[in-house]
Design a protein around this ligand. Structure first.
Ligand SMILES: [Zn+2]
Length: 615
C-alpha cells in the first residue's frame, strides 16, 4: 500500500524493537526501494512523518479513534501491536507534533498524538516487542485534509479547547440566575449547514465561515460551542454575543462577558431568545464592575497616573465618552459646536488653539432643518477657510430618531457601523429622548444601558446638546442644567458656553478624565454675514456679581451711547440679566470708584469716561 506513495520516506528499526537505531535517523530518509533490503532481514521499519506531508493520528484511546473516524474522511489505517490505531493523512503545512491530552479535575488524560515532522510510526508488517503484528485494517488511499480540518478533529482532545468548557461553566455560574442556560446553543446558532454526529454538530462557522468547512463545533447536550479557528467558545450567552455582533468570535473567552457587554448580550437574549429576567442581574453587574475598575491598592495610588487620554479635541472632548454641551439660548451654542465639528472633520485646531484628531462626525439635528444648518455650516466653514473642502460631516436634519427607543438606537448603531464616526452629536438631548427629563431612573438607564455600551463598543464620543434652565442666573452652574441632576452625574464631561456682550465664555464644568481647564474667553469675528470665526482668547477671570453688574451696565452704556441715566433705568437692565438688588448697588458703586460714573442729583448718573473700557 505504502509503495503507492513515492513521496513517503522510511527509517530502519531492528527486529522486535519500536525505535529507530540509526543516529540522526530523522535526517536519513530511505525511499521505499531503499528500505526493502532492511525489511527483508529485520522485518521492522518506521514511516517518517513530515515527509510528503504525512501526518499520523496515533490513537491510544478508542474514544479518540471513534471521533477521528466520525469527523475525518476515511483513510489508510493500521492497528498497532498494542491495539491502538495509526490513521494516515496528508496534511500540507503541518509543522509540529501535537500531543493530545486533557485535564480532568487536575488528572491528565492521554488520548494519543498527531505525529508530524521529526517523528516516525512503526510500519505495517512490523512486529511489536509483545509479539503482535502491525496490521492494515483499512486498506484505503491516504486522505488529504487541511490543517484546519485536522485541528477541528483533535481539538476537543487538547487541553486548550477545554477552555470553551470552562467558559461555558463560568457563564453558567455568573449568569445562571437569569435562566440563560435554558437557552441552548443549538437554538442560538441553528444547525443549518452543520453535520450531525451523534448529538454533536460540526461545520463551517456561521459568522466568519471556514476554509475547510469544519472549524465549528456544537455540543447541545453540554450546551457548549467551540470555534477551532479562534480557539474560542463557551455557552449560550457567548453564542448570543457573537451571533449578535456584540463581540467577535475570538473574544469568546472566559471573562469577556462583563459589564456593559454582558448587559447588552443579556438584553439580546431577552429580546430575541426568550430569556426571562435580567433586571436584578443588571444592577449587580454594574456595581461590581464599577468597583472592580475603581479599586486601587494603597501602594498603587503612589504610582497611579491617569492613562494618556485620547482626545478628539485636546483638553475639551475626550475620545470614548458621553458629554453634554449646555448653555442658554442665544449664546452661539450651535455655532460653537459646529465650529468644533468642522475643526474635527478638517483636522484644524478648534478655536484656533486646541488640536483635534481628524475624524468623521454625524450630526442628528432635531431642531433646525436643512436650511438653517446649511447657512450656519457655510458661515463656519468660511470662517475656518475650508469652504472649498468636502468634509466628512453627515447631517440628519429634523431627525425623528430617539436615543431611548431600541429600534432607533439600532438604526443609529447601523449608521455608526457604516460610517465609523469619531463623534456623534445629538441636537438636542431633550428632543432626542421621549421620557420626562426629570426622571432620574430613565436618565440613569439611558446612560448605563444605551449610551455607554454604544460608546464602548464603537469607540466613539457622543455629545448631547442641551439647554440651561431659563431665567435664574444664580446658583451652582451644574444646577442650572435642565432636567434631572443625574444627567450631570453620568456625563463624562460638561461644557457650557455663555455670552458676555461681544465675547463668549467657555467653561468646563466637568471633565472626568483630566484636570478641568479654567474658563476662557472666545472672540467672535462676524464678517458681513458671510463668515463667522471663533478664536480662543485669554483665561476668563471669574468675577464677582458686583463686577458682573458693572460689566452689564457698561455694555449697555456703550451700546446705547448713553450720556446719563436714572437709577431705575439701569436697575431694569441689570434685573433683566438676573442681577440682584444689592449687587446692583455695589456694581454702580464700583463704576463710580473706577471713575467711570459720577453721581448726579435725584438718582441720576453721568458718564465721565468715553473710553468704555470693560472690566
Ligand atoms: Zn472563530
Amino acid at each position: 500500500m505504502l509503495s503507492n506513495y513515492p513521496q513517503l520516506r522510511y527509517c530502519k528499526i531492528q527486529k522486535g524493537k519500536k525505535a529507530p537505531f540509526e543516529k540522526d535517523w530523522t535526517n536519513k530518509p530511505y525511499t521505499w526501494e531503499e528500505i526493502q533490503k532492511h525489511i527483508k532481514s529485520e522485518i521492522n521499519y518506521g514511516v517518517l512523518c513530515g515527509y510528503g506531508d504525512l501526518a499520523v493520528i496515533d490513537c491510544d484511546n478508542p474514544e479518540l479513534q471513534k471521533h477521528v473516524e466520525a469527523v475525518l474522511p476515511a483513510t489508510f489505517r493500521i492497528k498497532t501491536g498494542r491495539g491502538g490505531m495509526h490513521n494516515y493523512f496528508f496534511v500540507p503545512n503541518l509543522q509540529n507534533k501535537i500531543i493530545l491530552t486533557t485535564k480532568l479535575q487536575d488528572k491528565e488524560v492521554h488520548w494519543g498524538e498527531v505525529q508530524s515532522k521529526g517523528t516516525q510510526v512503526v510500519g505495517d508488517g512490523s512486529i511489536h516487542p509483545n509479539g503482535n503484528k502491525y496490521e492494515v485494517v483499512a486498506p484505503m488511499m491516504i486522505a488529504t485534509i487541511s490543517e484546519e480540518q485536522l485541528m477541528a478533529a483533535v481539538r476537543p482532545f487538547m487541553h486548550e479547547s477545554q477552555q470553551s468548557d470552562e467558559n461555558a461553566d463560568w457563564e453558567k455560574q455568573k449568569y445562571g440566575k437569569s435562566g440563560i442556560d435554558m437557552i441552548n446553543v443549538k437554538e442560538v446558532w441553528g444547525t443549518l449547514g452543520l453535520k450531525a454526529h451523534g448529538d454533536e454538530y460540526y461545520g463551517a462557522h456561521p459568522i466568519h465561515g471556514s476554509e475547510s468547512g469544519m472549524n465549528f463545533w456544537l455540543n447541545p447536550s453540554k450546551n457548549l460551542w467551540h470555534c477551532f479557528r479562534c480557539s474560542a467558545g463557551g455557552g449560550a450567552l457567548s453564542a448570543i454575543a457573537v451571533k449578535e455582533g456584540i463581540i467577535n468570535c475570538s473574544e469568546a473567552q472566559k471573562g469577556t462577558l462583563r459589564g456593559a457587554i454582558a448587559v447588552q448580550a443579556l438584553k439580546a437574549a431577552k429580546e430575541r431568545y426568550g430569556l426571562r429576567e435580567i433586571q436584578q442581574y443588571q444592577e449587580i453587574e454594574e456595581k461590581t464592575e464599577k468597583e472592580e475598575k475603581l479599586m486601587l491598592w494603597e501602594y498603587e495610588l503612589d504610582n497611579y497616573k491617569e492613562e494618556d487620554k485620547e482626545w478628539i479635541i485636546e483638553k475639551l472632548i475626550p475620545n470614548c465618552s458621553v458629554g453634554v454641551w449646555t448653555g442658554k439660548r442665544g449664546t452661539f451654542k450651535t455655532f460653537l459646536v459646529l465650529s468644533a465639528i468642522f475643526a474635527i472633520s478638517s483636522g484644524k485646531p478648534f478655536l484656533n488653539k486646541f488640536p483635534t484628531r481628524q475624524g468623521k462626525v454625524i450630526y442628528l439635528d432635531k431642531e433646525n432643518g436643512v436650511y438653517v444648518m446649511r447657512e450656519r455650516k457655510n458661515l463656519i466653514k468660511k470662517g475656518l477657510e475650508i469652504e472649498d473642502e468636502k468634509l466628512p460631516v453627515g447631517f440628519i436634519c429634523f431627525s425623528p430618531l430617539k436615543i431611548d427607543k431600541q429600534r432607533d438606537i439600532n438604526a443609529i448603531e447601523e449608521l455608526i457601523v457604516a460610517h465609523k464616526p469619531s463623534l456623534l452629536v445629538i441636537d438636542t438631548y431633550r428632543r432626542g429622548i421621549s421620557f420626562e427629563e426629570n426622571d432620574a431612573g430613565k436618565v440613569s438607564w439611558l446612560f448605563v444601558d444605551i449610551l455607554r455600551p454604544l460608546v464602548e463598543k464603537h469607540k466613539i464620543t457622543i455629545l448631547l446638546i442641551h439647554h440651561d434652565r431659563k431665567g435664574e442666573a444664580q446658583g451652582d452652574e451644574m444646577d442650572m442644567i435642565r432636567g434631572s441632576s443625574d444627567l450631570a452625574n453620568y456625563a463624562d464631561f460638561i461644557m457650557k458656553n455663555e455670552r458676555r456682550g461681544e465675547m463668549l465664555i467657555l467653561k468646563q464644568l466637568k471633565m472626568r478624565s483630566a484636570p478641568e481647564i479654567k474658563p476662557f474667553e472666545i472672540s467672535i469675528t462676524n464678517k458681513e454675514d458671510v463668515s463667522i470665526r471663533f478664536q480662543a482668547e485669554g483665561e476668563f477671570e471669574i468675577k464677582t456679581k458686583d463686577q458682573r453688574c458693572a460689566e452689564i451696565l457698561t455694555m449697555w452704556i456703550i451700546k446705547e451711547e448713553i450720556k446719563q441715566f436714572k437709577t431705575e433705568e439701569a436697575r431694569e437692565i441689570a434685573f433683566k440679566e438676573g442681577i440682584r438688588k444689592q449687587n446692583f448697588f455695589r456694581g454702580l458703586q464700583l463704576m463710580v470708584d473706577k471713575g467711570f460714573l459720577q453721581r448726579g442729583g435725584r438718582g441720576e448718573y453721568l458718564i465721565i469716561s468715553k473710553e468704555g473700557k470693560i472690566w
